[in-house]
Ligand binder design. Structure first.
Ligand SMILES: [Zn+2]
Length: 266
């Protein structure tokens, strides 16, 4: 990698070149003050009126995802390295855009969506990041859907020309994509040897819930409820604890690398 730094630091560096001393970014990235622990947002898929996939023996995906997220939260908090928030902690429906907004409003460092869907003949865990193609349509979609004020507000950009803003936004998205890919690799490593994996474990798809332009995001399919063995596994708290332990390890590894990147970028 030619360089490694956080998206906020990237913005700070980039903006420093065009207008040094802007108050907005100085406040966003204090240099010497102790920063709060990074926030990991866990997103238990589905909920409320949306049960998600219903397994071969009737297991609701929404229950598995919530139980796994709560277990993972406990394990992550025990490391003392991050704060953790859940997009839902009860059986309620949360729209996909609301999940992304939840993480962006809180300036999450990482977004991890948990699922256990169905697919004919598929078995094992897998990890998804946003595909390049979807990323391109995201940028087109953002231009259409969000007005300039929303976009600027979401990314906390200082007042700069539209051209500079476009470049900064593109840098942020690049850094976000790289962070998502690093996270997917960590999760594949930590899940491997712990639970059965789907072949080509890291896959890419246009999941709406992965579309935050400024937060590294992955979607973990912990297994497939359409597979009898996966369903039986995921119903067992001991198996979910094993998955949570592996995911916590992957997230922990990602946070350590992120911190190393932050310290070398300064
Ligand atoms: Zn799902």
């Amino acid at each position: 990698m030619p360089f490694s730094c956080s998206r906020r630091r990237l913005l700070q560096l980039a903006f420093g070149m065009v207008a040094a001393g802007a108050p907005g970014l100085a406040e966003a990235a204090p240099r010497r003050r102790a920063a709060p622990l990074p926030l990991v947002v866990l997103d238990p898929g589905h909920g409320g009126k949306d049960p998600g996939t219903i397994g071969v023996t009737g297991t609701h995906e929404k229950r598995i995802t919530l139980a796994a997220a709560q277990e993972l939260k406990k394990r992550l908090e025990a490391t003392g390295r991050c704060r953790v928030a859940l997009t839902r902690s009860r059986d309620v429906f949360v729209p996909l855009s609301g999940r992304v907004d939840f993480a962006r409003r809180r300036e999450a460092a990482l977004f991890v969506s948990l699922h256990a869907d169905s697919a004919p003949g598929a078995r094992g865990a897998s990890v998804y990041t946003l595909s390049d193609r979807a990323s391109d349509s995201l940028s087109a979609g953002l231009a259409q859907r969000e007005n300039r004020a929303d976009l600027r507000g979401g990314l906390r950009l200082p007042p700069v020309s539209p051209e500079v803003e476009r470049i900064l936004f593109s840098l942020v998205r690049q850094e976000t994509r790289a962070g998502s890919a690093r996270m997917a690799a960590q999760v594949v490593r930590s899940l491997g040897g712990t639970v059965p994996l789907l072949p080509n474990t890291h896959r890419q798809a246009a999941f709406a819930v992965l579309k935050a332009p400024d937060i590294p995001s992955v979607l973990v399919e912990m297994g497939f409820l359409s597979d009898r063995r996966d369903e039986a596994d995921l119903k067992r708290p001991a198996h979910r604890a094993k998955v949570a332990r592996a995911l916590a390890e992957g997230i922990h590894g990602w946070l350590v690398r992120r911190e190393a990147g932050l310290s070398t970028a300064g």
